[in-house]
Design a protein around this ligand. Structure first.
Ligand code: ZN
Length: 263
């Protein structure tokens, strides 16, 4: 079984064929999805999907690149969502993105947003899904100073082995997606093969970042299987054995209880 720990099933291109995608994924054993919001509207959509589909869980947040829509009213509305579903299992995606942002004032605003999301996570005792792009040191510094009690997942992790170990010390899992399968992703492969198996989770970030051989295409939910195969192969493990451990890691970090047999 596979738990996709970061996906945007709430994105219009996925949404329009969602039932087909979910069926295709299910046929491959992909049976849990964390649908992640990037602003208030998409977060609300995540929650709607989680309330409708058993296999979907929701994460809500206003992500750093959406700083224009970050204000007190929207953040309050976001918090209100938490009262509408027991399937909101994380705050995310939140973090820092300096790739798209060079303006120092906006970087400062992103940090404030990030801290507010951490406080929200702690208020509701939830883990976080971290978005970090070109901002790894600041992300780490904030996560170290403002501890998330339930820690969370470093989504689409692109840092060094050393930094990965530091995040792991804080309790975080490291998520691998399609990028792992790209030929030039050498460090990502090093991270995967160096960190403990217990710290690994998988994701699609669908509809973005499709794995090989679909690179550049719409990343369909079922493509996570390609990443799983690729990772198991790199680790020289039986795919089943690998998936079993990774699935358990995902359930643990998001506190998802299941009546499946994998105790
Ligand atoms: Zn994402």
């Amino acid at each position: 079984m596979i738990f996709d720990t970061h996906t945007h099933l709430n994105e219009p291109r996925i949404l329009e064929n969602l039932d087909i995608y979910l069926k295709e994924a299910k046929d491959l054993g992909i049976n849990k999805f964390l649908c992640v919001g990037w602003d208030y509207v998409s977060s609300k959509k995540s929650v709607e999907l989680a309330n409708k589909y058993e296999e979907i869980y929701a994460a809500i947040a206003i992500m750093p690149t959406e700083h224009k829509s970050f204000n007190e009213k929207n953040f309050k509305l976001l918090e209100e969502l938490l009262k509408t579903s027991n399937k909101i299992i994380a705050i995310g995606e939140t973090g820092l993105d300096y790739y798209w942002e060079k303006d120092e004032d906006i970087k400062k605003l992103q940090k404030e947003m990030f801290i507010k999301h951490i406080q929200l996570a702690n208020k509701y005792n939830l883990p976080v899904s971290i978005h970090c792009r070109d901002a790894i040191q600041d992300t780490f510094d904030i996560l170290k100073e403002y501890r998330v009690k339930q820690a969370g997942v470093m989504h689409c992790y692109s840092g060094s082995v050393e930094m990965a170990k530091e995040f792991i010390k804080l309790g975080y899992k490291i998520a691998f997606g399609g990028v792992l399968t790209f030929k030039n992703s050498i460090i990502s492969k090093q991270v995967l093969t160096t960190i403990p198996l217990e710290s690994i989770v998988l994701e699609t970030d669908s509809p973005y970042l499709a794995p090989m051989p679909y690179r550049g295409k719409l990343n369909e939910p079922k493509f996570i299987k390609k990443t799983a195969e690729f990772a198991a192969n790199l680790l020289k493990m039986e795919e089943n054995e690998f998936e079993k451990i990774i699935y358990k890691n995902s359930l643990n970090i998001f506190h998802v209880k299941t009546n499946e047999d994998d105790n």
